[in-house]
Design a protein around this ligand. Structure first.
Ligand code: HEC
Ligand code: HEC
Length: 483
């Protein structure tokens, strides 16, 4: 985030505090802790600009909630399946803490809705390291790169950035018919008001917290947002690469080679979109929060794609509705963080790939061997088959892309293995296989049903790195959702 933007945001945050509004950021963790060393700027959501955001934080409660109390309430809500229409789906069903708050299985997209058979469109993102996502902006200037150059669309939550803050984002799954499927926020608030957390909400926000539906929903969304900014849970900066950056650990030879290939503008060139170095504003998030069209192959496992006329075009729609008049944005999705990426088994916005090897091979050979990735049309192989022809010019052609068909791939097999070895150093220590800290105890009050559906760690972890296997069960392979 650039200096001026950050300054403006801080002024908003300080203004809120001065007017008695709510301060959502967590107190800085103890000096010398991992989180302090890794900390970026103040959580973006805490200081997001915009009138709607300002009025959200300006909501007055009759008691002033503390960050600690809101964090604990948010944690309970996050694991609470009663908040869904089905009574079976919590935020944590899709955003599992053992997977950096990403999906616990290899489905391209997850099931949801009132009967848990609803289908959406997109892979579930991990929620760790989102604390610095700036609010969406069409024009972004970054002093760390060159603050005279407009970097274009940046920030916002979700693959298309359509939610400015974590509290706006939380509203979407709570009321999406593909997900938790409540008709509206009033229904959600009524469930909280009649549930086991009601007394605690009254104690924290005041006895009248449920008297007005707007106040009630603000309290619920605020708790979810504050929980998602808890440093210990969401940004521990506890990977081996963080230790390496702190000069408290080393990387092995393959990992070192992988890092060099990742950074090299003529080889992986990955760091041009997934920055890997410490910057003025903190440890690397492995995303510049920008948007690119990579021409990811169409995922024929998604039911929506049975209609050849349907396209998920990211920034320009159809889920996002305000940028439809910008054909130059069609096909663009937000650059995801690569922290904890080795825990994932569904990659890219449509979950089309299930192994990192496939993702890397795609980067290396998208343009040199298009037949490997794209369907054959009447006129032969049709590159970028998930985009209408009119938008194929939007696809990025900088390295590692941009080579001629038949040319050698941008990365050899051994180089791909080295990059993957490096990516594996980005997994937080508490999530590594065998780590007991990788299984956060369910929050008190988490129902046995949720705990059961999560399954024992051994069963759920088995096969994570195994071969790409089709999910089984009803709706398998066709499962999808959007948040
Ligand atoms: C059915 C699965 C599902 C459930 C349940 C769910 N989400 Fe999500 N979540 C998703 C998907 C899919 C996306 C990506 C949406 C998109 O880009 O359109 C997402 C995106 C997000 C994001 C934005 C991440 C980013 O990279 O910017 C946040 C934050 C989030 N969810 C929080 C929550 C919270 C809080 C809850 C519970 C109130 C919740 N989610 C429940 C599937 C789910
Ligand atoms: C031009 C910018 C750009 C470059 C260069 C780039 N990426 Fe990406 N990366 C993206 C974008 C954008 C996405 C999401 C695309 C989508 O889903 O449609 C992505 C997605 C990914 C994903 C999937 C993550 C997930 O959670 O689904 C991985 C893994 C990844 N990139 C690794 C790499 C590696 C390794 C390199 C270098 C070989 C690289 N990227 C180079 C922009 C870039």
């Amino acid at each position: 985030m650039s200096g001026p933007v950050r300054l403006a945001l801080l002024i908003v945050a300080v203004g809120l505090m001065a007017t008695g509004g709510i301060q959502v950021s967590h107190a800085a963790p103890a000096a010398g802790s991992a989180a302090t060393l890794g900390a970026g700027p103040a959580p973006a959501a805490a200081s997001a600009g915009g009138a709607a955001t300002r009025s959200f934080y300006a909501e007055r409660f009759s008691r002033r909630p503390t960050v600690a109390a809101m964090t604990e309430l948010g944690r309970r809500l996050f694991f609470e399946p009663r908040l869904s229409a089905s009574g079976k789906m919590a935020c944590a069903t899709c955003h599992d803490p053992a997977f950096a708050y990403g999906p616990p299985n290899g489905r391209s997209t997850q099931l949801g809705g009132p009967d848990l058979r609803g289908v959406g469109l997109r892979a579930v993102p991990a929620l760790r390291y989102l604390q610095t996502v700036p609010p969406f902006s069409e024009h972004h200037f970054d002093e760390a790169v060159d603050d005279s150059v407009d970097q274009g669309p940046t920030g916002g939550h979700g693959w298309d950035g359509r939610a400015d803050t974590a509290h706006d984002q939380a509203r979407l799954p709570l009321t999406s018919k593909f997900e938790m499927a409540n008709p509206d926020m009033e229904t959600v608030v009524a469930k909280v008001a009649s549930g086991s957390l009601a007394a605690r909400f009254r104690a924290v926000f005041g006895d009248d917290v449920f008297a007005d539906p707007l106040r009630g929903s603000t309290a619920v969304l605020l708790c979810l947002e504050v929980f998602q900014q808890s440093p210990r849970d969401f940004y521990p900066y506890a990977s081996r690469y963080d230790a390496y950056l702190r000069r408290q650990g080393t990387l092995g030879p393959a990992e070192q080679r992988g890092l060099a290939l990742f950074n090299d503008p003529r080889k992986g060139n990955c760091a041009s979109c997934h920055p890997s170095q410490i910057r003025h504003d903190g440890f690397p998030g492995f995303t510049d929060f920008g948007y690119n069209a990579l021409g990811v192959p169409r995922n024929h496992a998604l039911p929506a794609n049975a209609d050849p006329g349907f396209h998920d075009l990211g920034l320009c729609g159809p889920l996002r509705t305000d940028l439809g008049a910008h054909p130059e944005y069609c096909g663009e999705f937000r650059v995801p963080s690569l922290r904890n990426v080795a825990l994932r088994r569904a990659f890219f916005h449509n979950g089309v790939f299930h192994r990192l090897e496939q993702v890397l091979a795609f980067y290396a050979e998208r343009d040199t061997n298009p037949g490997k990735w794209y369907a054959r049309g009447a006129a032969g192989v049709e590159p970028f088959d998930d985009l209408p022809a009119a938008y194929r010019g939007n696809v990025n052609r900088a390295p590692p892309f941009g080579r001629k068909p038949g040319a050698p791939p941008a990365l050899r097999g051994d180089e791909i293995r080295d990059i993957i070895a490096f990516l594996e150093t980005l997994t937080d220590a508490d999530l590594l296989k065998g780590s007991t800290r990788g299984r956060p105890a369910p929050a008190p009050g988490v129902t046995a049903r949720f705990a059961r559906s999560s399954g024992p760690p051994s069963a759920r972890r088995r096969g994570r790195r195994g071969p790409d296997r089709a999910p089984s069960g009803p709706g398998a392979g066709a499962a999808r959702s959007d948040g």
